[in-house]
Design a binder for this molecule. Structure first.
Ligand code: DOR
Length: 438
C-alpha cells in the first residue's frame, strides 16, 4: 500500500513540462507518477488540478537554535519553512555557541532530529583557529566564512587566514562577501548618522565587490569549490559575468531582488540586513543575472529578529523570509518575468546540485517525496500577523501574492495541510554526494 496518494494534480516534471495525473509515495520516495493511479493509500489527497512542484530548498537560513530561541528555533523556523513550501534547509553557524566544532554540529543535528518538521543540513563555521578541523566535521553541507562581520562574532578577515582556509581541503566554501576593513572605514565616515538608510552607506557596494573579488581570486588559485552567498550589487554581477569559473556558484535573496533603498522610508530598520539592500538598478541587475545563469539559485537568508529588537540602535541585521520566497517568485512567473523551468532551477534543482543533496530537487520517480502543491489562481496579501515565524513579521507585509502553498509533503508525509502543521511529522538529515574538487 502507498503511504500517500495525491490525485488530480498538474505535476511539474524536471524539464518543466506538466503532466496531469496522480502521484504515489511509499517509504519516503516518489514511487509512481501516472495519469491515473487506482490504488489504496494511507492518505489520499484530492489536489483539484493544482500545480505540484518539487519542495523548495532554502540553502541559507538562520534558525537561531541554540542560543537565541526567543527569535526562532528549529521547530518554529522549520514550521514556517513548511508553510512556505520549503522542504529542506541549510542552516548557518552563527548560533550561540557557534557551529565551529564537531560537538556543536552534533548538538544541532540532534536538536533538528527532535524538532525540525522539514529536512535539514548545517554549515560549519570557519574561524582563524579551526582550519585544520573544517574538512573533518560531518555531516555538513559546507564551510561558512564571514569575510565581514554580521550577526554573531564569526569573522575571518585576515588574508592569510582566508588563504589557509581555501588551501586546506576540498569542501564547498560559502562566503559572506563583505570586506571588513572597508566596512570599518565607512562606519567611521558615517558615525554621526542614525537613520536606517545609513546602513547601506556604511556597507556600500565597494565593500561587497572587494570581498567577492578576493574570494574568486582564492577560489581560482586553489581551484576550490566556492559559493557566493547573497550577491547584492550590480558590480558583483558584472564581475561574475566576466569571470565565473565552472566550480563557482552564486545566489540571490528575495530581499535584494524586491527591496531597495526606498524601503527604508516605508519600513525603517525592519529592512536592515547584511549585505544591505541597494538600489533599483541592483534589483534589475540581479534579475538579469538569475535569468542568464550568472546567479544559480535563490536562498532566503531567513534571519529573524524581533520587532522590539529592530527598534533599538544599531538595529540588528536580518529579516525573516522562508514563508514568502516561493509565492514571491511564483507571482513573478505569473506576471511573465521568468519561466517555470527557471522557477524549478532557482527554487530547488540548482541548490540540490550545488550542494550535492542526494534524492532532492526534482519531482520524478525514485526521488524523495518532498513536494509542494501551490495555488496559482488565488491571490492573498502577505500580512505580518499571518506569519508562523516566531517574530511574526515580514518585509513583504501588504504585498498581494499568488502561489501560496496549500500542501507541503516531507518524505512522503503531509506536514502542512494548507491550514496547519500536522503534529508528529519530522524531517530527515540531508545526505551529500561526494563532490570532486573543482
Ligand atoms: O542580515 C543578516 N543577518 N546577515 C547575515 O549575514 C546574518 C544574519 C543574521 O544571522 O541575523
Amino acid at each position: 500500500m502507498f503511504t500517500l496518494l495525491i490525485r488530480n494534480c498538474r505535476i511539474v516534471q524536471p524539464d518543466a513540462s506538466i503532466i496531469e495525473g496522480d502521484i504515489a509515495c511509499r517509504d519516503g520516495r516518489i514511487e509512481r507518477i501516472a495519469p491515473a493511479i487506482d490504488a489504496a493509500a494511507g492518505e489520499t489527497v484530492e489536489a483539484q488540478g493544482r500545480l505540484l512542484l518539487p519542495g523548495a530548498i532554502d540553502p541559507q537560513v538562520h534558525f537561531r537554535e541554540p542560543g537565541h530561541e526567543h527569535k526562532e528555533d528549529l521547530a518554529s523556523g522549520s514550521r514556517a519553512a513548511a508553510r512556505g513550501g520549503i522542504t529542506s534547509f541549510l542552516e548557518m553557524p552563527n548560533t550561540m555557541p557557534p557551529t565551529i566544532t564537531q560537538a556543536a554540529l552534533d548538538d544541532k543535528l540532534a536538536r533538528a532530529a527532535r524538532g525540525s518538521v522539514v529536512n535539514y543540513g548545517f554549515f560549519v563555521g570557519a574561524t582563524a583557529t579551526n582550519v585544520d578541523t573544517l574538512e573533518q566535521m560531518a555531516p555538513a553541507c559546507g564551510i561558512k566564512v564571514f569575510m565581514g562581520a554580521s550577526t554573531g562574532d564569526l569573522l575571518v578577515d585576515r588574508r592569510e587566514d582566508l588563504e589557509r582556509i581555501f588551501a586546506t581541503g576540498h569542501r564547498l566554501i560559502a562566503v559572506h562577501a563583505e570586506d571588513q576593513a572597508c566596512i570599518e572605514q565607512h562606519r567611521a565616515l558615517f558615525a554621526d548618522r542614525r537613520d536606517p538608510a545609513s546602513h547601506s552607506d556604511i556597507r556600500p557596494a565597494e565593500c561587497a565587490l572587494k570581498a567577492t573579488t578576493l574570494a574568486l581570486e582564492l577560489s581560482k588559485r586553489y581551484r576550490r569549490r566556492l559559493h557566493i552567498l547573497h550577491v547584492s550589487t550590480k558590480e558583483e554581477v558584472a564581475l561574475l559575468r566576466r569571470d565565473k569559473p565552472p566550480w563557482v556558484t552564486a545566489e540571490a535573496v528575495p530581499n535584494h531582488l524586491f527591496l531597495n533603498r526606498s524601503d527604508y522610508e516605508r519600513q525603517g530598520a525592519r529592512v536592515i540586513m547584511n549585505p544591505p539592500i541597494r538600489d533599483h538598478e541592483d534589483n534589475e541587475a540581479l534579475w538579469a543575472a538569475l535569468q542568464d545563469g550568472v546567479l544559480d539559485f535563490i536562498a532566503t537568508d531567513h534571519a529573524p529578529h524581533t520587532l522590539e529588537e529592530k527598534q533599538g540602535w544599531p538595529a540588528p541585521s536580518g529579516m525573516p523570509g522562508v514563508e514568502t520566497s516561493l509565492p514571491l517568485i511564483l507571482t513573478e512567473w505569473r506576471a511573465g518575468r521568468c519561466t517555470l523551468a527557471q522557477v524549478l532551477r532557482w527554487m530547488s534543482a540548482s541548490a540540490a546540485d550545488a550542494y550535492g543533496l542526494i534524492g532532492k530537487g526534482r519531482v520524478a520517480e525514485g526521488f524523495d517525496a518532498d513536494l509542494t502543491l501551490v495555488d496559482i489562481d488565488h491571490i492573498r496579501v502577505a500580512r505580518d500577523a499571518d506569519m508562523m515565524t516566531k517574530v511574526r513579521w515580514t518585509p513583504f507585509d501588504g504585498r498581494a501574492l499568488t502561489g501560496w502553498p496549500v500542501l507541503t509533503v516531507v518524505a512522503g508525509r503531509v506536514v502542512f495541510d494548507g491550514e496547519q502543521i500536522r503534529p508528529g511529522v519530522r524531517g530527515l538529515p540531508l545526505r551529500y554526494a561526494p563532490r570532486p574538487n573543482g
